[in-house]
Design a binder for this molecule. Structure first.
Ligand SMILES: Cc1ncc(COP(=O)(O)O)c(C=O)c1O
Length: 402
């Protein structure tokens, strides 16, 4: 008997599949260089570990309210005031098992079958399938060739009477692009004019380089958090290097947050109580680890950009934030899945095909791992793609052949 229509319309996350494949190859002793990852490797902040350990020792690890503990929600309130300059109260915030769940639950609260969510290309891999899971129709908007930001008119043209929300992620996974202030302002205005929601995935908003800041949407409206149809989605995964804790959150109008909390209460219940304690402590604690992470990433970003400059035929849009470089390899192969498989097969470098993000001909190269991996990964790619390079390349005790 076939599985449900939903099960048949969804595929496994491409990035999680690649992670599993890289882990299998490493376990088999292969010298894999993983430029496909999506998590910083620095340790979680000491404040988070200490608070988590202390709680674990009490042995009292229980259910929490569906929207998160009062202490976790208070930490999100403090975060919102500190980084967005907005005072909200507990009814405006919901903690989830990662930003992923917060986005999913927001979609489930907004979308009826056939409703549309509009987002720019390139997009985070999960957005189309999440929209489908919620019963909706994903509407990706391609920018003009050579750009990573659609024109406002292109976004506007994609809106229909079925559009429930525009979904933005700035800085962006996979491109590292920080959307221009003018674009963010225009999207806030467009959503207000059309009376639709703006879902703002801010998971990388503190990982921005060159002394810049990503403009946040509350700075573009005079409306209160309850009146603005804006939902800010965020979490501890990237900025605090706490991916495995699985804590994210949503901030938005109280009626929507209440509907989302009802959905979450039946879907999973409150997020892990131990993780909430650790996440709240990370938010309240010293913020030095975030600054250090951003500085290290900026160094690695600079290195990646410089090294790729030497690879014939490859163009990189300099990432303004995140830990991803989105590189145009179309001069070598316009089929990014084929090129990614070729790199893995020939020189054991893991990359993510651009097609997974809606843009073929590109590969996403992560620089969240050690700088040596960035150097070695690009060295192998350059050797393989450069017709003038020698037929063999030594990598430790391994020799690659063309
Ligand atoms: C753009 C974007 N949004 C959301 C998430 C989900 O983060 P988490 O569920 O770990 O909080 C990710 C993770 O890769 C991401 O890249």
């Amino acid at each position: 008997m076939p599985f449900s229509q939903i099960a048949r319309s969804i595929s496994a996350s491409a990035t999680l599949k690649l992670n599993a494949q890289a882990a299998r190859m490493r376990a088999a002793g292969e010298p894999v260089i993983h430029l496909g990852g999506g998590e910083p490797k620095s340790p979680a902040p000491a404040s988070a570990i200490d608070a988590g350990v202390a709680m674990l020792k009490t042995g009292e690890i229980r259910y929490t309210p569906a929207a998160g503990t009062p202490a976790m929600r208070d930490a999100i309130i403090a975060y919102t005031e500190r980084y967005y300059g907005r005072k909200v109260d507990r009814a405006n915030v919901m903690a989830s098992a990662g930003a992923k769940q917060a986005i999913m639950v927001a979609m489930m609260a907004l979308v009826d079958p056939g409703d549309e969510i509009v987002f720019p290309v390139p997009y985070w891999v999960s957005y189309p399938d999440m929209t489908r899971l919620a019963g909706g129709r994903p509407v990706p908007v391609r920018p003009a060739d050579g750009s990573l930001e659609p024109a406002v008119a292109e976004m506007e043209a994609a809106l229909t009477d079925r559009t429930r929300a525009i979904l933005l992620n700035s800085p962006n996974n996979p491109s590292g692009h920080v959307y221009s202030d003018a674009f963010i302002r225009a999207m806030v205005k467009l959503c207000e004019d059309r009376d639709i929601y703006l879902l703002m995935d801010d998971i990388y908003h503190r990982l921005v380089f060159d002394g810049r800041k990503a403009l946040h949407c509350y700075d573009c409206t005079d409306r209160s958090v309850d009146d603005a149809k804006i939902v800010v989605l965020n979490g501890v995964s990237k900025q605090y290097a706490m991916t495995g804790f699985r804590i994210g959150w949503a901030v938005g109008p109280r009626e929507l947050i209440s509907a989302m909390s009802n959905i979450q209460s039946h879907q999973s219940g409150g997020p892990c109580s131990l993780s909430q304690v650790a996440a709240a402590a990370a938010i309240a604690g010293q913020q030095g680890s975030v600054a250090r992470l951003r500085e290290e990433l900026e160094i690695r970003r600079n290195e990646l950009v410089a090294l790729l400059g030497d690879v014939p035929g490859v163009k990189i849009h300099v990432p303004g934030g995140t830990f991803y470089g989105f590189c145009d390899f179309s001069a070598h192969d316009t089929d990014s899945a084929r090129l990614s498989a070729y790199l893995l097969d020939k020189v054991q470098v893991v990359t993510v095909p651009g097609i997974e993000f809606g843009l073929d001909g590109f590969l996403r190269l992560s620089f969240c791992g050690p700088i040596e991996d960035v150097r070695e990964g690009v060295r192998r790619i350059k050797w393989l793609l450069d017709p003038a390079s020698p037929p063999e390349l030594a990598a430790g005790d391994r020799v690659f052949r063309k």
